[in-house]
Design a protein around this ligand. Structure first.
Ligand SMILES: Nc1ncnc2c1ncn2[C@@H]1O[C@H](COP(=O)(O)OP(=O)(O)OP(=O)(O)O)[C@@H](O)[C@H]1O
Ligand SMILES: [Mg+2]
Length: 253
């Protein structure tokens, strides 16, 4: 089992959409995949067809009480979901008082290590204990960024945070790639920002780029990722290319 966290403290950069499509993309390749919603917003849960209001147990219960991870099958063959809802937020203050508070998810995932080839973790847009548990449990990290909204200082902060996580809780965490979302190649500013990012980070930036496409908004509401709903669309092909590249990168470890 290999665990990939998709994380960026910045909100609305496409973390959840990426987890849904990458996880479904991996499952389409015949891999056994778990998509774990570690965000109390429950967006991944909704994107994979489940109403967060109907969810009764989340990863938080397993982390606090050692109970089995609650997973459900999705409509995508080979893809399971560990759902979430707003009550997941309640575990952060509870974890705070516990020893080894960043390492609860590590144990939970250890128990399912023979069931899945890949686990994708969708993190909240904060650096709280849920995110830190994800970063502690991950083998690799993929970071979605919107070049137009990323300043040089923002980029330095992001890389510094990853370094702190590596030093503090998970020395084996590998930054497998940074990828561009909401790309807007039609504007000069969009193109320039993307070129700058590639110049700054070199091969760390993945080749596949995710454009701004309304299909993603519709599919999130429909509860099925675009790569499954409309696999030949441009929106799907972009994510399938990203999934291929991500798979190559994690296999080349
Ligand atoms: N490539 C895209 N093109 C157009 N809309 C997109 C794209 N990716 C995501 N969206 C939409 O933008 C919104 C934010 O995306 P998403 O939820 O994936 O971001 P996030 O980083 O997970 O947000 P949060 O930080 O709140 O968890 C959603 O409504 C989603 O449907
Ligand atoms: Mg999200």
């Amino acid at each position: 089992m290999y665990t990939i966290a998709v994380s960026n403290q910045k909100g609305g950069v496409g973390k959840t959409t990426s987890v849904a499509n990458l996880a479904a993309g991996f499952a389409r390749r015949g891999l056994r995949v778990l998509a774990l919603d570690a965000d109390p917003q429950g967006s991944l849960t909704l994107s994979l067809g489940l109403d967060p209001m109907e969810v009764t147990t989340t990863v938080g219960d397993s982390m606090l009480h050692g109970t089995p991870l609650p997973v459900v099958a999705t409509e995508v063959p080979g893809l399971d979901l560990c759902p979430s809802n707003r009550f997941l937020a309640d575990i952060e203050p509870q974890l705070m008082a516990r020893i080894g508070r960043e390492r609860f998810l590590v144990r939970v995932l250890h128990a399912v290590r023979y069931r899945y080839n890949y686990v994708f973790l969708d993190t909240p847009p904060t650096l709280g204990l849920l995110t830190l548990n994800c970063l502690a449990a991950a083998n690799a990290l993929l970071v979605p960024v919107i070049p137009a909204l990323l300043s040089a200082a923002g980029l330095r902060d992001l890389l510094a945070t990853i370094e702190e996580v590596r030093e503090g809780i998970n020395p084996d965490l590998r930054l497998a790639g940074v990828f561009i979302t909401f790309a807007d190649p039609r504007t000069v500013a969009g193109r320039e920002k993307e070129a700058e990012l590639r110049e700054d980070l070199g091969t760390l930036v993945m080749k596949a780029t995710i454009g701004r496409r309304v299909a993603h908004e519709y599919s999130a509401q429909a509860g099925l990722p675009v790569v499954v709903q409309d696999p030949t669309s441009t929106a799907a092909r972009e994510y399938l290319a990203l999934a291929e590249e991500a798979l190559e990168r994690v296999r080349a470890k």
